[in-house]
Ligand binder design. Sequence first.
Ligand code: SF4
Length: 385
Amino acid sequence: MKVETIIKRCEDLYDDLDFNYVKDWKEKNKAGAIGFMPVYAPRELIHAAGMLPVGIMGGGDNLEIIRGDAYFQSYICRIPRSTIELGVSGRLDFLDGMLFPAICDVIRNLSGMWQIMFEGKYIKYLDMPQNFGAEGRRFYLTELAGMAKAFEKISGNKITPEALNHSFGLYNENRHLITELYDLRSQMPHKVKTAELFLLMRASNILEVGEHTKMLRDYITAISNSERPERDHVRVVVTGTFCEQPPLTLVKALENSGCFIVDDDWVLGNRYQLEPIAIGDKPIEALADAYLGETVATASRYVPGPGKGDYLVRQVRERKAEGVIFAAPSFCDPALLDRPMIQEVLARENIPYTAFKYAENTGQIQVIKEQTGTFADSIKLWGSQ
Ligand code: SF4
């Protein structure tokens, strides 16, 4: 399959705010769909109940907000407003339930509003443990058991150990290919365009996991055999984009400003765990342990001890990046509170960085492009160390 054909399919999914793929999937499979907000949700549990997990990441830059603004004050990020707009306009009526993982106060408030607005639907504020020891494990196991019961009721299917292990296998394979894709981009950033990778990651929110895995495989094969010109770009890591996503135009602008993005944190939930989930006799425990164990570091996850920023430094070193771009959604408390602490670590390590804020409907792309272009030029002229 051609790269262009795969990316066109991703673009169609990205642009479709009526979620026609999901509606068709439900009709064809006579099954339910459960939505989830960023960053992480246990998609395997939804899948094992025979339902489709659907990542909801706001309305992007294609959605005009008419009623969503009335629900929130002006000084918060945009994703809750556009998600409300999707909800009140009936675009999310196909969902049989919705998960709101605990990443910030905004999402917590949104989950409360959702419960009032969509009475009768399954709405879950998913309180993720921030204690990664025995207490956190016990707590998360209770949360998972409660969700499993709810998903069984909605779907009418029992979540058996076999079903869960089967789902683990599919998601493990998917994560493996995503890792391969990220590694490939780092090795050949002139071939694996970041805008394409971004679209592939966004498609993972919508497509059934097996279909997405096939898409990744097709893309990796097609891009490995393609010819694209080398470019004299600077290698950077983009961080801070784990929740509200930048618009595609902004992702393209970063790349066109002279930066090869060699790592990032968008659509982070589908590569949150760094290790495969263990397949075995106690799958619920395995799911909990995978969340509590080896994962990426992100602002919504507590880092015990003095290790704040270490993960980013490691990313920079391993990807041979020359600088970091902090790109946070406007008013995003978790990203913006973390930033000074991490900047301090980068300064200590002599890693150059620049920072800007965006919204999912940012239109002032040119200003950001000039800023990141100047950043790339300064690294080329004066080096990164
Ligand atoms: S963008 Fe930031 S502040 Fe807004 S909902 Fe997401 S994590 Fe919370």
